[in-house]
Design a protein around this ligand. Structure first.
Ligand SMILES: Cc1cc2nc3c(=O)[nH]c(=O)nc-3n(C[C@H](O)[C@H](O)[C@H](O)COP(=O)(O)OP(=O)(O)OC[C@H]3O[C@@H](n4cnc5c(N)ncnc54)[C@H](O)[C@@H]3O)c2cc1C
Length: 320
């Protein structure tokens, strides 16, 4: 089985993730979204804005235009979780055809923990050294013994497709795994999450490095709107509607009116005399004197007009 290649990211004790090939990047997402205009007609800042818009509105197909092919080596129990992601194309090392290698996963002592009492699918708590040593000894013993048996049966000419079944799931396997950016982000969303098992998380985090390099705007948008974004259920919204004092919402709406005005002015500078009416048009209700004071303070942040307006309409809905 392949040792760790130079251009790979090492994962766990003997595994790795290596980007073999990729097709497209941020430009391919934009090209697909602007199919009617073709490539190269927009500026980089507009590309970034478009990608952010697509991510925010879950317009996902343009993200499927970017492809990643990875060569990965992982323990079989990690591969079992990984393979649940059905949209990938996979070609795995065959233990029917090839002989198994003596490559088993042994956890680092700090990852040997107790069963979590709170999370039935998690681990927690420090394990005394004596018990950690015992766990590692058992891992070693079962790996060594099962491999000895496997070799003995293999040398006796037994079918590899059957005798592989005596090997434990900490045995390493490897595969080529190809997926598009939309589904890869879905994978990373689930498997880089703190609730995912540590042993698959390290592989997911390693693949995330390739996404950052190949499609940096898409990665940034994914972080802003999916990973760190928040959606409220109907029940949560109705609680917010009832409990959130309307003056708090009004204060935020007021800030948004300032931010939209500043952004519009930044994008296309206005005459000084047009600024207060422009602010009023955005729903701003401060007096002209207060407006001038705040405007001159230099504290108003600029943003993205479309996004600010979307936020405004969500807040207005909360006030109903
Ligand atoms: C923390 C965690 C715990 C888990 N625990 C368990 C567990 O206890 N038991 C268990 O069996 N699994 C478990 N899973 C696996 C989980 O249920 C999913 O199978 C896995 O995360 C793949 O998700 P997916 O189906 O969204 O992804 P993919 O298979 O990559 O699919 C991507 C998307 O494509 C669409 N899609 C793909 N195939 C179909 C289809 N046939 N029909 C309709 N839509 C489709 C769906 O929209 C899907 O979200 C766990 C996963 C996580 C992250």
């Amino acid at each position: 089985m392949t040792q760790i290649p130079e251009d790979a990211i090492k994962c766990l004790d003997k595994g790795f993730v290596r980007l073999v090939d990729s097709m497209g990047g941020d430009d391919a997402i934009v090209q697909a979204a602007r199919v009617s205009y073709g490539k190269g007609t927009s500026e980089v800042s507009q590309d970034r804005g478009l990608i952010r818009y697509l991510m925010r509105h879950r317009h996902t197909t343009p993200f499927e235009m970017v492809e990643f092919k990875f060569h990965c080596k992982m323990p079989i129990f990690v591969a079992r979780q990984w393979v649940r992601h059905r949209t990938a194309n996979i070609n795995e090392y065959s233990l029917r055809y090839s002989e198994a290698r003596d490559e088993f996963y042994f956890p680092e002592p700090e990852h040997i923990q107790f069963q979590s009492a709170l999370n039935k699918q998690g681990r927690a708590g420090k394990v005394p050294k004596k018990l950690t040593d015992k766990v590692l000894n058992y891992f070693q013993e079962i790996s060594d013994r099962s491999f000895e048996m496997y070799q003995e049966l293999n040398e006796a000419g037994l079918a590899r497709e059957l005798i592989r079944a005596i090997l434990p799931v900490n045995l390493y396997t490897e595969w080529y795994w190809k997926n598009d950016l939309h589904n890869l982000l879905h994978f990373i969303g689930l498997r880089s999450d703190p609730h995912a098992q540590y042993e698959i998380r390290v592989f997911s985090d390693a693949m995330a490095e390739s996404v950052k390099a190949v499609a940096p705007f898409a990665w940034e948008a994914y972080q802003d709107y999916v990973v760190r974004g928040m959606r409220f259920s109907r029940i949560e919204q109705s609680l917010l509607e009832k409990q959130l004092p309307s003056r708090v919402v009004d204060d935020i709406l007021e800030d948004i009116a300032y931010q939209i005005t500043a952004t519009l002015h930044h994008n296309k500078p206005r005459e000084d005399s047009d600024l207060y009416p422009l602010y009023q048009k955005q729903g701003g209700s401060d007096s002209e004197a207060d407006f001038k004071l705040k405007w001159d303070s230099g504290e108003i942040k600029i943003g993205n007009v479309r996004e600010l307006r979307e936020f405004k309409s969500k807040l207005v809905n909360l006030k109903r």
